[in-house]
Design a protein around this ligand. Structure first.
Ligand code: MN
Length: 232
């Protein structure tokens, strides 16, 4: 017998799948802290450190084409374009050699960041939530199934603001590749179907303001457009 809910259950977060009417249900959103050398350098961080992970909540997903209100508390709201990996299965301690068997597909996403709050929490040795995990902080474009496109290891990743290119890199520049990320994250938590992983951003992060139009993409995977609106 299944229990009935005392209040209405929250809606299931999801991401569209390219060429399919079915959508991908999101369970957890994991993000890799630092994964492109040029971005580590622009932030003044240790180039040799192993990857680390932080989380956003599933309901922070934003669909392609959305206007996102400028978020509260920040004066330095940044874009970080990232390769998104979507899991169809998981487990604990997944070996890198088996990791891609668990991948449903790939997309392009933005790890929106309240940089001033992230940096203030880092200085105080506090968690990153206030800087990274907030409403509408995880725009994500349609997923491309690996069954159709394979497992991309190269391709330009880019982001423009109001038509001017701001971020540019290539998937070949990932310090930790997708199998290594899955292997390392699955030592920390059991991964499962519905988990997505944002794999880190290339150099060129910068501040956004109300009225900005953002377009980003990864060659061979897709594109994503969002706009920034006035504060809610
Ligand atoms: Mn990021």
């Amino acid at each position: 017998m299944s229990a009935s809910f005392i209040i209405a259950p929250p809606p299931q977060a999801s991401i569209p799948v390219a060429g399919d009417s079915k959508v991908f249900p999101v369970r957890r959103i994991w993000c890799v802290g630092r994964n492109y050398l040029e971005h580590i350098r622009e932030m003044g961080n240790d180039e040799r450190a192993p990857p680390f992970f932080f989380a956003k909540h599933a309901d922070m997903i934003v669909a392609d084409g959305t206007t996102i209100p400028y978020p509260p508390l920040t004066k330095d709201f940044h874009h970080e374009v990232e390769l998104v990996v979507a899991m169809k299965s998981g487990g604990l301690n997944i070996p890198a050699a088996k990791a891609l068997d668990h991948v449903f597909g790939y997309g392009v996403g933005i790890d929106l960041t309240r940089r001033d709050l992230q940096q203030a929490s880092r200085k105080k040795e506090r968690p990153w939530e206030i800087g990274k995990s907030f409403d509408q902080s995880a725009p994500c474009g349609a997923l491309q199934p690996a069954a159709k496109i394979g497992h991309p290891t190269k391709g330009k990743i880019w982001l423009s603001v109001n038509g001017t290119e701001k971020q540019k890199g290539d998937l070949t520049e990932l310090i930790w590749n997708v199998p290594e990320i899955i292997a390392q994250l699955s030592e920390q938590v059991a991964l499962a179907a519905g988990d997505i992983i944002m794999t880190g951003t290339p150099a060129g992060v910068g501040a956004l303001k109300p009225g900005d139009k953002i377009e980003c993409g990864i060659d061979g995977i897709g594109t994503l457009k969002v706009a920034i609106g006035q504060p809610a």
